[in-house]
Design a protein around this ligand. Structure first.
Ligand SMILES: [Zn+2]
Length: 653
């Protein structure tokens, strides 16, 4: 039946996602290495619960409407045959709008996607070139290829694979005379992902030769992290492509993807090493590295560009599929649940260029960025520069599509946890697993299997490194031997209606950062001081407002906590789930004890670096700690995330 359906599909041409049968994953072909997991075709994983709401809010927000009022992705785009923008912005927009449209199966969004796909598919030039004729750069085509592969998975459109075959043959013939230049040198690995995608579908060995050639012309990312030159904030003179945040975020996929070609164990080990180096010298408490828009060191008042956030997520999604390491899923969740929502307004209409972990005022001002301008931390349509306006859309949809993966051993694996449903083909039969949860705001997850007949297959469940005494049961029977920070493999005959209950206890943790400051984490969520916000409107473009945000309450608190026993200092408050959990009413908050530090003030419109911890403070007679409220980072548009730690000393007589 499945094969018949596929044949019919080829005859009928493009169809909507809902019409496609469940699809088996496409595995790597020899001589490529086997991945640990395989990403499922777009549409196999459907968001549910709060994540479905998030995608709907996105469709009602900037993503569903951008082409109506922003000319760069409007009807005059050169990617639609017009005379307008013909570089990266149209492809960036499609790289997010395509998965959003098909995950929601939203006919209005699909109608917006179609003209872009049609124009590219019907305007390939006789020599194989694609895209606007005026574009002479390989880079934006690399982005459009990512959109086309997703579109093919969602629709089965039979024109995509021949177009890509012809395009890659054209590029192979051109690379000697027109080599990669500028951005494309640093972003070649994003094309590698599409080359490998096509190779696994056609088996044409010339594609692997092309992969080797673009690697030869491209930047050697792993080498940058041996003797890493950027051990602090880079100067304007140092700021080049290799210190650029978005380039580095894209570069995070290089080693894992190249391992598939090289099969070298050393390539397999590089991803963890590179992220370790980034954390050491550029790491911020929200799981990202500083990039405003070049490496800016670990001061939590430095920023990270939104493009770097979504590109890091996409790189980690590919890395997780290849490597199957649980820590990658932990990091992916940390970025998805904290810096991704924390840099957009709750209505997903306005966004920042640069977000700060310690972000106490968002305003026009001369902040201490490496290279960015005075509007970079405003919430608006295109603060500083419009790349993020075009590129932010991929964040949530690709995350949703990566929640579940196929495992190389014929089963299913959890990439990240969120309410969802996965529908795929295992042992030739359709299997569905429904995940019901309010994770990451709650710690319980239910999985229910649906299958017409019992199926033997392994389920790989990611056990986060931050949990303590996790528990699992299948139909009420406890599962034994659950290791933390690894995958639990459960290979059994799964029957229709089998139910797993999972609990990941989320003790409050303190992680140490810049100047000995601490950040508060619980589960995958980072918590920030709730600061009163006054939103001041600067301008309006279509439905998008540009906002400044000013603090209306104090922010300069140190925490009265003990790193050896953090849980004793925090009280957890659960509240009802809201449609937008990263909005004004987050479903969870923490209360803790703190005192003001009058000497900690603003410098250049940002919070000064947190004073070195521990901060000695004389405990005066009768003076009490204040209780402060911490909320999820993603719900705090003004926030302190890196806190000084107080050391209270008895007053001398
Ligand atoms: Zn950007």
């Amino acid at each position: 039946m499945y094969k018949l359906g596929f044949v019919l599909l080829l005859c009928l041409g493009p169809v909507e996602a809902a019409d496609l049968p469940a699809a088996a994953p496409v595995h790597n072909r020899a001589p490529l290495a086997e991945g640990a997991f395989y990403r499922l075709p777009l549409g196999s994983v459907k968001p549910k619960g709060w994540l479905l709401d998030q995608l709907r809010i996105q469709s009602e927000g900037i993503t569903g409407r951008l082409g109506d009022f922003w000319p760069d992705v409007g009807s005059n785009s050169a990617w639609l045959g017009g005379s307008g923008e013909g570089w990266e912005r149209g492809p960036y927009y499609m790289d997010g709008l395509v998965p959003l449209a098909y995950l929601l199966n939203d006919t209005k969004l699909i109608a917006k996607v179609r003209p872009w796909m049609e124009w590219t598919l019907t305007h390939q030039r006789p020599d194989g070139a694609i895209g606007p004729a005026k574009n002479q750069d390989w880079w934006p085509i690399m982005v459009m290829l990512k959109a086309l592969t997703q579109y093919q998975e969602a629709t089965g459109d039979p024109r995509v694979i021949p177009l890509m075959e012809k395009y890659f043959a054209y590029q192979a013939g051109m690379l000697d005379s027109v080599p990669l230049k500028s951005w494309a040198i640093y972003r070649w690995q994003d094309e590698l992902a599409s080359i490998l995608w096509l190779y696994n579908r056609t088996g044409d060995a010339k594609l692997l030769a092309l992969a080797n050639r673009i690697k030869g012309q491209g930047f050697d990312w792993p080498r940058l992290f041996t003797g890493f030159p950027f051990t602090g904030k880079v100067t304007r003179e140092q700021a080049k492509h290799d210190s650029h945040g978005v380039n580095n975020a894209m570069g995070l996929k290089t080693a894992a993807l190249w391992y598939l070609v090289s099969k070298q164990a050393s390539d397999r080990a590089e991803t963890a090493r590179i992220i370790g180096v980034l954390d050491q010298y550029q790491g911020l408490p929200n799981g990202m590295f500083s990039a405003d828009e070049h490496f800016a060191g670990r001061n939590p008042s430095q920023g990270t560009e939104l493009c770097a956030v979504v590109e890091s997520m996409f790189s980690l999604e590919l890395d997780l599929a290849v490597l199957g390491d649980a820590w990658i899923g932990d990091r992916l969740e940390k970025i998805a649940f904290n810096p991704l929502p924390g840099t957009q307004t709750a209505d997903l209409l306005s966004h920042q260029y640069d977000q700060q972990p310690n972000q106490v005022m968002c305003s026009l001002g001369r902040r201490d960025w490496t290279t960015n301008g005075p509007d970079s931390n405003l919430f608006g349509l295109e603060p500083n520069f419009g790349c993020c306006t075009a590129n932010l859309h991929q964040g949530w949809p690709k995350f949703a599509a990566s929640l579940w993966m196929a495992s190389a051993d014929g089963g299913l694996a959890v990439g990240a946890y969120a309410p969802s449903e996965v529908r795929t083909v295992i042992n030739g039969a359709v299997v569905t697993v429904t995940e019901t949860t309010d994770y990451p705001f709650r710690n319980r997850i239910s999985l229910v299997v649906s299958a017409a007949a019992p199926q033997q297959f392994p389920l790989h469940l990611r056990i986060p490194a931050w949990t303590d005494h996790p528990s699992m049961s299948i139909n009420g029977q406890p599962v034994e031997g659950i290791g933390i920070g690894s995958y639990k493999r459960i290979d059994r005959q799964w029957r229709n209606g089998d139910r797993m209950e999972i609990t990941f206890p989320m003790p409050v943790r303190l992680s140490q950062g810049y100047n000995g400051s601490v950040s508060v984490e619980r589960g995958p969520l980072v918590y920030s001081l709730r600061i009163g916000e006054h939103w001041s409107k600067l301008k309006q473009t279509g439905p998008v407002t540009d906002w400044e945000v000013y603090p209306t309450s104090a922010w300069n608190y140190g925490l009265h906590v003990d790193l050896r026993n953090p849980a004793a200092y925090f009280e957890v408050e659960e509240k009802p789930m809201a449609r937008q959990p990263f909005g004004d009413n987050p479903p969870v908050a923490l209360k803790t004890r703190a005192r003001r530090l009058p000497e900690w003030v603003m410098v250049d419109d940002s919070a000064a670096p947190p004073p070195a911890s521990p901060v000695a403070m004389q405990a005066k007679e009768g003076e009490q700690d204040q209780t402060v409220t911490l909320i999820p980072y993603g719900a705090a548009r003004l926030r302190i995330t890196s806190f000084p730690v107080l050391r209270l000393e008895a007053a001398r007589p």
